[in-house]
Design a protein around this ligand. Structure first.
Ligand SMILES: *Cc1c(COP(=O)(O)O)cnc(C)c1O
Length: 338
């Protein structure tokens, strides 16, 4: 099977497993795990932030960030297709007790005027705006990239109203590579960023939250409350560090392969690619074919190719480290025969 369901399906390489095996460990709740400490220091430097926190998942990183940035009864402004709104089980309201104010988006971008209007003023009736939330790359839009200029504009607006900005950067390196920007530059337009080690970078487990030291200290406590204080976590952090050091430069290949695949899907099938492929995600609409997303998934599965349904009439393909050039060629040749 060639698995294009998600970049989360990647498995640790032989080399990575050896690194896990040998990783020096200690009790990370005591701050004594050398592998975790090295990873956190490396990540903080990479993003030009004061500190970093290793968390078990992107969801835990996002939720620890929300708990650290907000108080119950406050409000977060986010786009109406944000992962945190759609796919985190309502954790924002369940755990932090804050409400989500959702704005329409165009490829992940909320309108700046909409955003400014949504920031709450002083009024006894209103919840306080505690946080502005961006997602880069934007999953529901098919991995679209927020331009650096847009992030700057949002950040400047947020500063004017003294509201912090969090970036859900589960795939921030895909975004950085695609926009020819460094994550350090992107990070200057945010107060905190969460990014996944376990997606395109190929690590088996984990995410990182970066930000100012006082923020990370608080997020560390929130992580403990969420059950994320792990002990000898170095066996998970060490492959994460390896992924961070070796996984970024090759993301451009994933993007190239996604573009190639999108072209063939568009040309040779009656599926319509509906996103401009900027990173590693392709969204294909099945409506014109008269078949549902699930029908198409079954057709592909029968040919040894896995994808996922993104809506009843949309399927998603995602390229990643475990899909080789040969695999993509196989997929392309298969699609040409459909
Ligand atoms: C995958 C993802 C997450 C959550 O990461 P998990 O490790 O699956 O919890 C958060 N935000 C975005 C945009 C994602 O794609």
């Amino acid at each position: 099977m060639i698995d294009l369901r998600s970049d989360t399906v990647t498995k640790p390489s032989e080399e990575m497993r050896k690194i896990m095996f040998k990783a020096p460990v200690g009790d990370d709740v005591y701050g004594e795990d050398p592998s975790v400490n090295e990873l956190e220091e490396y990540a903080a430097n990479l993003f030009g932030k004061e500190a970093a926190l290793f968390v078990t998942s992107g969801t835990q990183g996002n939720q620890a960030a929300i708990l650290a940035h907000t108080k119950p009864g406050q409000e977060i402004i986010m786009d109406n297709e944000a992962h945190v709104f759609l796919y985190e089980g309502g954790a924002t309201s369940a755990f932090a007790g804050v409400q989500s104010r959702t704005l329409t988006n165009d490829r992940g971008k909320m309108g700046l005027d909409d955003l400014e209007e949504a920031i709450r003023g002083e009024d006894i009736h209103f919840p306080e705006t505690a946080l502005i939330w961006l997602e880069n790359s934007h999953n529901r839009s098919g991995g679209s990239v927020l331009p650096v200029s847009y992030m700057r504009e949002v950040y400047e607006l947020a500063q004017k109203y003294k509201v912090p900005v969090h970036i859900d950067g589960a795939r921030i390196f895909n975004a950085a590579v695609a926009s020819n920007a460094s994550v350090k530059e992107i990070a200057t337009y945010s107060n905190s960023i969460q990014f996944c080690l376990s997606k395109g970078l190929g690590a088996p487990v984990g995410s990182i939250l970066v930000g100012e030291k006082s923020f990370i200290d608080l997020a560390r406590k929130k992580r403990k409350m969420l059950g994320g204080g792990l002990r000898q976590a170095g066996i998970l952090a060490a492959p994460g560090l390896h992924a961070l050091k070796t996984g970024i430069h090759r993301l451009a290949e994933d993007h190239e392969q996604a573009k190639m695949l999108a072209k063939v899907v568009d040309e040779y099938t009656d599926l319509n690619v509906i996103n401009e492929v900027e990173t590693n995600i392709i969204l294909a609409d099945t409506s014109k074919s008269g078949r549902s997303a699930n029908d198409w998934l079954a057709i592909f599965k029968d040919k040894g190719i896995l994808a996922v349904a993104f809506s009843p009439t949309t399927i998603r393909f995602t390229t990643h480290i475990d899909v080789s050039k040969e695999d993509i060629n196989t997929v392309i040749e298969t699609i040409k025969t459909l």
